[in-house]
Write a protein that binds this ligand. Structure first.
Ligand code: ATP
Ligand code: MG
Length: 387
């Protein structure tokens, strides 16, 4: 996408490749601003397809489906990071696409992603690329214990194995079918955090405040955002690093960068997502511009303004496991949860709950950190979640 083109105005159609929950929340934000929406996703029940004005139900690489999306939409974005780069490239011939295929391709590949971080001067975990038997044999013992991660197609901790010895490493690589991988040193994490930025085609950039994240079993469980959660210097460092990473890609769109905070005070980058991120969902209810509105604005070429957080926020992910708390499938006690002041329930309309599946999230807002946390703790009790 080039700078200087006139903005796409409300009343036009914005397209999104992928119909998951991120696409659904993009559609909501686009429609709020008066845009029409088109979603391409093969699944009849996709969360975004069900709320979009137009749902093109074809595979992501279907030439006719992509051509139709390119005709219907004035610009197209993506909502999942494993979208085939080829699909973006085909669309880009017809219509402005943001983020661009190249930035998405880098984010899709852990080895290229880490090389980009280092180019930008942002430290990441010590690691080695493992694509050949020789590379496996030559791995530096200092990387163990470590985490072996597939270079491509991982999400929510999938495609990862913790390994303590060379024998475990070799066995884990076999289990992963010897696809290209990255071995990362297992770092002692003091905390995890992430930053969402939005960058326009003219290079203008805004950011959401730093988000403190808690993962369980490799899946984001909880995000908290507000004053005093992290030292100011750490927050500033994370924001500066994220901006450098986005600038280095000449990125257009919303980008999230995840970080590890180490016990010795160092901050290292984990990975990036070329789209809005689960850890930024709180911004719908606790900021005056959400990450999804930022995605709409960057795609349409509308002005970016620095979001202002107006409430302290705790976001809890609602995984399918909650539906099976009593054995058979049963919805959690929503009326009781909604009786708590400051709770904002978001369910993605997925027809079937499954363990580990992201079914929705609950954002709890409060005037003070204490108030938000107290309500979040009560919501967790009702839901049977650890807090
Ligand atoms: P998602 O798509 O949910 O972001 P992912 O599958 O891409 O997840 P990662 O972000 O690489 O996975 O890892 C998931 C979690 O596992 C991290 O947030 C962190 O809690 C833990 N983890 C990953 N790498 C390391 C590491 N090198 N040292 C310590 N913990 C790690
Ligand atoms: Mg991650």
């Amino acid at each position: 996408m080039t700078g200087g083109r006139p903005p796409i105005l409300p009343g036009s159609t914005l397209g999104v490749l992928g119909g998951g929950q991120l696409g659904r929340m993009f559609v909501h934000a686009a429609q709020q601003l008066g845009f029409f929406t088109a979603v391409l996703d093969p699944d009849a029940d996709s969360p975004a397809g069900r709320v979009s004005h137009l749902h093109i139900r074809t595979p992501y690489l279907d030439a006719d489906g992509l051509a139709r999306l390119g005709r219907e939409a004035a610009a197209v974005t993506t909502e999942f990071e494993n979208v085939p780069a080829q699909a973006l490239a085909q669309l880009a011939e017809a219509v402005p696409v943001a983020p661009g295929a190249e930035a998405v391709a880098i984010a899709q590949d852990r080895a290229r992603e880490k090389a980009h971080f280092m180019r930008c001067g942002v430290p990441c975990a010590p690691h080695a690329v493992i694509e050949t038997e020789a590379q496996l044999q030559q791995v530096d013992a200092a990387l163990l214990p470590g985490i072996l991660k597939t270079s491509r197609l991982g999400y929510d901790g999938k495609g990862q194995a913790r390994v303590a010895t060379r024998a475990e490493l070799a066995a884990a690589w076999d289990d992963l079918q010897r696809v290209p991988c990255v071995l990362e040193q297992l770092l002692p994490l003091a905390f995890e955090c992430s930053v969402v930025v939005a960058r326009g085609a003219d290079g203008a950039m805004v950011n959401l405040p730093v988000q403190r994240n808690l993962h369980r079993g490799g899946i984001l469980a909880l995000t908290e955002v507000g004053e005093g959660l992290l030292p100011a210097a750490v927050a500033a460092q994370a924001i500066d690093a994220t901006r450098a990473i986005a600038d280095g890609l000449r990125y257009v769109g919303v980008l999230c960068v995840e970080f590890f905070g180490l016990h010795d005070g160092r901050l290292v980058v984990n990975e990036m997502a070329p789209r809005p991120h689960n850890s930024g969902h709180w911004s719908i209810d606790a900021a005056d511009v959400s990450q999804f509105e930022l995605q709409v604005r960057t795609l349409a070429g509308l002005p970016l303004v620095q979001p202002r957080q107006h409430s302290h926020a705790v976001m809890l992910n609602l995984l399918g496991d909650l539906w099976f708390a009593h054995g058979s499938e049963q919805a959690p006690p929503w009326p009781e949860v909604l009786a708590l002041p400051g709770t904002h329930l978001h369910l993605y309309g997925k027809p079937q709950a499954r363990p580990g599946r992201k079914m929705g999230h609950l954002t709890v807002t409060g005037a003070t950190p204490g108030a938000a946390r107290k309500t979040a703790r009560r919501a967790c009790e009702l839901l049977g979640l650890a807090f």
